[in-house]
Design a protein around this ligand. Structure first.
Ligand SMILES: [Zn+2]
Ligand SMILES: [Zn+2]
Length: 166
């Protein structure tokens, strides 16, 4: 068992199991992986493990602040072991590529709420959304192809409407 992961689990009061160590290794080898990707990678390390077991262990590791869960809108949760800072994420709307963005302020909450409504605010969750360079290039080639082939495809809507009426 890798000493670092074992030691981290112990220090955070998490019972050390081969599964948890493998999950820690998988998460740190592939930052921002989904639970399914973590499952794949863990299976490559220790052989068979159920999806549910991976989900449960990830939950424990998140609760113990060994793993951070990011939940981008419209996407499955992603996991990473970079937990010690207040970094943000930049996500491609097309392919889901996720990169870390250092926080310009450095500590939580890095945005000031105009009115805190009496809350003690401890975090401002920031996700930057955009289109990555490979996807922008891909879109450019696709749309130039589409422009030349656009008037060959149309009258399917009429057909399906007729079917509904009959
Ligand atoms: Zn992309
Ligand atoms: Zn990150």
């Amino acid at each position: 068992m890798p000493a670092a992961a074992t030691e981290l689990l112990r220090r955070h009061g998490v019972q050390v199991t081969a599964q948890r160590v493998a999950i820690m290794r998988a998460v740190s080898a592939r930052p921002h992986a989904t639970a399914d990707e973590v499952t794949e990678d863990v299976r490559a390390i220790i052989g068979s493990i159920s999806r549910q077991a991976v989900y449960d262990s990830l939950g424990v590791l998140v609760d113990k602040h060994l793993v951070r869960r990011i939940q981008p809108a419209g996407s499955p949760a992603r996991f990473e072991d970079r937990v010690g800072d207040n970094h943000h994420h930049l996500i491609c709307r097309t392919c889901g590529t996720t990169v870390d963005i250092a926080c310009a302020v450095g500590e939580v909450p890095c945005l000031t709420a105009q009115d805190d409504h009496g809350f003690v605010i401890d975090e401002a969750e920031v996700i930057y959304w955009g289109i990555c360079r490979p996807c922008r290039k891909g879109a450019a080639t696709r749309s130039s192809k589409r422009a030349t082939a656009s008037n060959t495809s149309s009258n399917t809507t009429n057909k399906s409407r007729n079917k509904e009426q009959s």
